[in-house]
Write a protein that binds this ligand. Structure first.
Ligand code: PEP
Ligand code: MN
Length: 290
């Protein structure tokens, strides 16, 4: 082995994550979406339904969350469902409804791209491109998201280690897109009292090795609306930069993930509680990370 090869190997050892790690950047990344700064001083809240189901549904929920002061709206137009017989999303029509939500309420849109075939449309219509847990290992899709001119919300795969999660983000940064928001959404364990086990320790663990913002999705971890607010509060205590949460005006009629959807009243309670906790811990999170 010559000295250049040896140097390559030792550099790799020191900096396994070349772009996502602290070695290449001294300050925490702040991702700007409209006038919202994810990873900045304020805790960010993203809320909306699991899926865009109809014009009436999406406009009603957008009105409700917007009244509560939320600025970022979530909702899937393309849904990666376990069963091929389940509702798969409204596709392009759904994206057009989300664009209307932005026009009418000024909400910025977070929506999922499930494939290389659909990411062009998602990039055109969304403000933030979500890559879901099931696609965290889809390296072609990650590279394509890295070529996008919109921020990417990257969810942790349900069986991914921290290292695999961070390397997935590296795939996006390496293509030139450094606006990446990581998202913990629960992992598979032997526990069966929640849909997934929320791994809150990953929040400070990410801070240790990466400058990227990390948010938490308590909805897909809980799988049950009753557990969402406690998990959201705990996430803020653990230092998350934000919460992404599912909301529905008629959860019993939702076409996907109804059991974990918060009502507007519950969302309002969640916002009050997480903001109180943020006022205690947030400054520390921001100072210690930089
Ligand atoms: C979602 O956000 O609706 C979703 C499908 O999430 P995940 O990829 O985390 O399962
Ligand atoms: Mn969902």
């Amino acid at each position: 082995m010559n000295s250049t090869e040896m140097k390559d190997i030792s550099t790799m050892k020191q900096k396994p994550y070349r772009l996502v790690g602290w070695d290449t950047k001294l300050e925490k990344t702040v991702v700007k979406v409209g006038d919202v700064e994810i990873g900045g001083d304020e805790l960010t809240i993203i809320a909306g339904p699991c899926a865009v189901e109809s014009h009436e549904q999406v406009m009603t929920i957008a009105a409700g969350v917007s009244q509560l002061g939320i600025k970022l709206f979530r909702g899937g137009a393309y849904k990666p469902r376990t069963s091929p017989y389940s509702f798969q999303g409204l596709g392009l029509n759904g994206l057009k409804m989300l664009a209307e939500v932005r026009d009418v309420f000024g909400l910025r849109i977070v929506t999922e791209a499930v494939s290389i075939e659909t990411i062009d449309l998602v990039e055109e219509y969304a403000d933030v491109i979500q890559i879901g847990a099931r696609n965290m290992h889809n390296f072609d899709l990650l590279r394509r998201a890295g070529q996008a001119r919109k921020p990417v919300l990257l969810k942790r795969g349900m069986c991914a280690t921290l290292e695999e999660f961070i390397f997935a983000a590296e795939y996006i940064l390496i293509e030139g897109n450094s606006d990446v928001i990581l998202c913990e959404r629960g992992i598979r364990t032997f526990n069966d009292h929640t849909r997934n086990t929320l791994d809150l320790a990953v929040v400070p663990a990410v801070r240790d090795i990466s400058h990227l913002p990390i948010i938490v999705d308590p909805s897909h971890a809980a799988g049950d609306y009753k557990k969402v607010i406690p998990l959201a509060c705990a996430s803020v205590g653990a230092g998350t930069d934000g919460i992404i949460v599912e909301v529905h005006h008629q959860p019993e009629k939702a076409l996907s993930d109804g059991p974990q959807a918060l009502s507007f009243a519950m969302l309002s309670r969640m916002i009050d509680q997480v903001n109180q906790i943020a006022s205690i811990v947030r400054q520390d999170v921001v100072t210690l990370a930089t």
